[in-house]
Write a protein that binds this ligand. Structure first.
Ligand code: HEC
Length: 192
């Protein structure tokens, strides 16, 4: 049966609120490498809610927990790696004390350490876009990756398929910091 004009008009009236994807865009005010700290903070404020909602959409355990952990950086920053996205790292209680020393030397992160890194990407038109949450977990086994398990959560909440060797081919190069890259020096959080 074809809907009547009245029914169609009614459907238009009860059209749902704009879905997350149609939220107002968060545009970058300048080239990502030239933004001031205040501009980065404003961009993050614009993206934060939709980003977290996405990571948590399927109840992933790390996605649900990481915002209660220690933030390892004072703000997101573009380091160049990870697709030139804005990076913002959180570390769990097992990891925090050692990670926040940003040590270079012969040490190993304790088993049970979990590091979660938010990422915000940039579209060709200069608008920010949600990107995956990337995760490193220190485990007992996995000698081929120096004890690290790499994983991730998509902006839809689904698990991200990651290649252990792809991630570790780069991270393993940071052999003076147990495979950790650490945030840029100017945005490292202090230990207190
Ligand atoms: C080309 C090199 C490179 C590749 C490939 C790479 N990373 Fe990273 N990653 C880095 C660097 C450098 C940092 C530190 C950058 C920053 O936080 O500003 C980092 C940071 C991280 C962090 C925060 C903890 C830390 O190291 O300080 C996590 C978690 C992470 N990466 C996960 C992954 C995962 C998962 C993959 C594979 C999908 C991956 N990385 C691939 C270079 C790389």
């Amino acid at each position: 049966m074809r809907p009547t004009a009245a029914l169609l008009a009614c459907a238009a009236l009860v059209a749902p609120a704009a879905p997350a994807a149609a939220q107002e865009a968060c545009a970058l005010p300048a080239d990502r490498y030239d933004m001031t700290a205040a501009q980065v903070d404003a961009l993050y404020d614009c993206m934060e809610g939709r980003m977290i909602d996405g990571y948590q959409a399927q109840g992933d355990a790390v996605a649900m927990a990481y915002r209660g952990w220690t933030q390892a950086s004072t703000r997101p920053a573009v380091a160049g790696v990870h697709g030139e996205r804005f990076l913002n790292t959180f570390v769990n209680d097992v990891a925090a004390e050692q990670y926040l020393r940003f040590e270079e030397g012969t040490f190993e992160m304790p088993v049970g350490s979990v590091l979660a890194k938010e990422m915000i990407g940039v579209r060709g038109n200069g608008e920010a876009r949600r990107a995956p949450l990337l995760i490193m977990t220190k485990v007992e086994d996995a000698p081929e990756t120096d004890g690290w398990r790499y994983s991730g959560v998509q902006p839809t909440g689904q698990a991200l398929n990651v290649s252990q060797s792809f991630c570790h081919d780069c991270h393993g190069g940071y052999d003076a910091s147990d495979s950790m890259g650490y945030p840029l020096e100017e945005v490292r959080a202090s230990a207190e």
